[in-house]
Design a protein around this ligand. Sequence first.
Ligand code: SAM
Length: 283
Amino acid sequence: MSLDNHWFTEVDITHGTAFSLRITAKLHEEQTPFQRITIYDTTEFGKLMTLDQMFMVTDRDNFIYHEMITHPVLFTHPAPRQVVIIGGGDCGTLREVLKHDEVKQVVQIEIDERVTRVAEQYFPQLCESNQDPRAHFHFQDGIKWMAAAPDHSVDVIIVDSTDPLGPAEGLFDSAFYRQCRRVLTAHGILAQQSESPLLHLPLLQSIHQAMREAGFANTRTLHFPQCIYPSGWWSVTLAGASGLTQFRINEVLNKKFNTLYYNADIHQASFALPTFVTEALPR
Ligand code: SAM
């Protein structure tokens, strides 16, 4: 079916915003037990995946998000060996994590296997590292997986989930963060996609508060542009026992893999927050 001059629009009723991409065809659509997965072809952004009619990932701009949810936290950790990804079904985060040679194992816990299988078909470049022997996949609820994980067994946890709705809602509360704190090693760090600093500031505040309540002494938010998400401005929040301001800058400057957005200057600049955000967050 040709949809020339048609648009896919995500309307955010709560915040009175909408964002559209011009589409040429709907390539796939299915209802899974968890969500509706739809794939479109667009005129300017390549392939688009939506989940329950919300923008999730496009060929053109996913690199910003996937680089910024992985490289700052991995270069902040002194020696990440064991990494866990909660969510991440499109596998773009997994691909970035596996660029770090020091990482020995990445376990991805995605509740909906169909997201990964559809991504393998329509976003093969995001899935190009899925056969890496260090990559392990579990298709189950990340909340349950974390509750059963052994103490002090993981160096970095990355929560690359959908918005705090439905199955993802429990990934944004102190009970889950307490489990993450128990599962992380002494210098372990949690990194979570933490929505828009402009539209979701109360949520960002509650994330910091819940992480502190769960025993993380330090929390720190970084931000970056992401045009397909509401407001076009997104964030990731880090939580750790030790400080989060030092990072392995020499290894960033001498890294052997390419990035299109992340670099040492971006690492430092992304943690510089506007006044209205710093005033809302705990010191
Ligand atoms: N980059 C996207 C964003 O920021 O909105 C998210 C990427 S990924 C597609 C989000 C994934 O989180 C989805 O595939 C969804 O199935 C998964 N997810 C939601 N709740 C989950 C849970 N409790 N456990 C594991 N995966 C979950």
